[in-house]
Design a protein around this ligand. Structure first.
Ligand SMILES: [Mn+2]
Length: 542
């Protein structure tokens, strides 16, 4: 792994460290950063939402209430879409509107406002008058045409990139700054008033799940949202916490962070839409029945385990077929359509190169691609538009459908472009290091400052430091399969506890007395009532 030192200044004090950490994160307003605005007070202007569109939407919802019209919230099957749907459904319900949620089926209806689905909704519900899309809709030209044809109104709430054509909707509430559930929450705040809004614990899940940079207004939502999530009274979330061992006897084992959302909570909410139907996760979030909550949480947990197993199966099958190609391209009839994106992500991580995974189904196959920084995968895919049918994405991730017979040629062509673009330099794994420090600085005053950088995540990574020539004083492997490394490192008379997750294999090359350079996060380790400072090793160099 190549170390990229973001700053090579020599620092003497904790204040200087903080200043450089802020600079590395391009944070100019440290006051706002350390004391984010309460999301209840965020202005519409600061998040780029047009107030007039909100007013039009509120007026239309009030009219629906007066006229006793049915309103459908048309969401999405991922965690952001499900949380956004839950926020709006509950909010409209609270104000006495007749409202129902619609989460599309990934396999039958696909992503976005599906014209056939709208036709069906209207057929089954003659009193349907208004459709509100959330976390989708901003390029739903066909779907909105159908809405018009059926004499319905549409309000679009979305955070995806706008298209060229004008949208056929009576109000468009759009910003790319927030997640879908962030927009839904801001709208609900305007609709109900800031004293009546209580769905921030859902907005934080959607925001973290959608991998939005956690700076500016999103930092507000996440910081305050985590506090609400920690004390949530939702039976479904509590049951999910219990089922995933975040709580024991109803008590959280440790405070919730973006990590728990990103790696434990959101994957479970996502699992239903990937393998079965996302509506089950919506039920989990919204149910008021404790017994039902426990049942659904178990079902969601088991589905998530199944999802993990299916991803593993894809990985096991593909590892055997990986050759010298710069871009990993694998396909299989057994590769479940709902997990190919996850599998591509895992392959990219494991082999530090782009990966494209195809789920082969008859004549038409589905593909999901993940890339590495420095290789714009959507651009390269678009160059091959003769070979595939439709798709979209961004520089790091894309999805498309393709005639099965074209897969071999597609694989060959995309690897041709990689020959020149994917140099060894681009493919080398990199670790960004904030600052090289002296051991004297690594102590509780610095740790306390670093804690104020939380919540960390995309756009605001946990600070990484390095220290050169530390001596290994103690070393052993830990964990059931000796996967991790526990060390004591010393320099200038100071001794540090360190843990290196996944570093177990290094025991063969390391021993007491060795001098190493270490890159790490600093964290506190509460163990048996003792509060310790611990280095969480990211990489070691001899
Ligand atoms: Mn979204």
């Amino acid at each position: 792994m190549k170390w990229q030192l973001l700053n090579n200044r020599k620092v003497q004090s904790v204040e200087e460290v903080v200043e450089l950490l802020l600079k590395n994160r391009e944070i100019n307003n440290s006051e706002e950063f350390f004391n984010p605005t309460d999301p209840k007070e965020l202005t519409l202007k600061s998040i780029g939402i047009d107030k007039k569109e909100i007013e039009k939407a509120i007026a239309r919802i009030n009219k629906a209430k007066e006229n006793n019209e049915l309103v459908f919230i048309y969401g999405d099957y991922d965690a952001d879409g499900i949380c956004a749907t839950a926020i709006l459904w509950e909010s409209l319900n609270k104000m006495g509107v007749k409202v129902l949620p619609h989460i599309p089926d990934r396999f039958e209806e696909g992503y976005g406002l599906n014209p056939e689905s709208i036709q069906n909704l209207k057929q089954k519900n003659p009193n349907l008058g208004l459709i509100i899309t959330v976390d989708n809709g901003i390029v739903a030209y066909e779907g909105l045409k159908k809405v018009k044809e059926l004499n319905l109104d549409a309000i679009v709430m979305d955070h995806h990139t706008k298209g060229e054509e004008k949208l056929n909707a009576m109000a468009v509430i759009h910003t790319t700054i927030l997640s879908g559930s962030g927009i839904a929450w801001i709208f609900a705040r305007e609709l109900l008033g800031k004293d009546n809004i209580n769905t921030l614990e859902l907005a934080v899940i959607g925001t973290v799940a959608d991998q939005i940079p956690l700076t500016g207004p999103n930092r507000s939502i996440v910081k305050y949202g985590l506090l609400e999530l920690t004390v949530t009274k939702r039976p479904g979330l509590k049951a999910l916490f219990d089922d995933s061992a975040l709580t024991a006897a109803g008590m959280l084992i440790k405070p919730l962070t973006t990590y728990e959302i990103g790696y434990i909570i959101a994957p479970r909410i996502n699992a239903m839409g990937r393998l079965k139907h996302g509506i089950e996760s919506l039920r989990l979030l919204c149910t008021r029945d404790r017994f039902k909550a426990v049942q659904i949480a178990r079902n969601v947990g088991l589905t998530n385990q199944e999802r993990q197993k299916i991803v593993e199966e894809v990985l096991i099958a593909t590892r055997l077929n990986i050759n010298e190609q710069k871009i990993i391209v694998v396909s299989g009839e057994t590769f479940h359509e709902g997990v190919i994106g996850l599998a591509a992500g895992r392959l990219t991580e494991e082999f530090s190169r782009p990966a494209i995974v195809f789920s082969v189904k008859g004549e038409i196959s589905k593909a999901s691609a993940r890339s590495v920084p420095g290789f714009n995968i959507i651009e390269e895919i678009r160059k091959l538009k003769k070979l595939y049918l439709e798709g979209g994405g961004h520089p790091m991730a894309a999805g498309f459908s393709i005639p099965t017979k074209n897969i071999p040629l597609f694989a060959e062509e995309i690897n041709k472009s990689a020959l020149t673009l994917l140099t060894d330099e681009v493919l080398e794994k990199k670790l960004k290091i904030d600052l090289a420090v002296t051991p004297e600085l690594i102590d509780f005053p610095l740790l306390n400052k670093i804690k104020q950088f939380e919540p960390v995540g995309l756009g605001n990574p946990a600070p990484v430091f390095s220290v050169t020539a530390m001596e290994v004083v103690e070393i052993k492997t830990v964990g059931k399969t000796a996967k991790h490394l526990k060390l004591k490192l010393s320099k200038n008379g100071k001794i540090f506890e360190a843990i290196y997750f996944g570093g177990g294999e290094m025991l063969a090359d390391l021993g007491v007395g060795f001098k190493i350079n270490a890159a790490f996060n600093i964290e506190d380790n509460n163990w048996n009532g003792y509060k310790n400072l611990q280095l969480k090793i990211k990489d070691i160099k001899f």
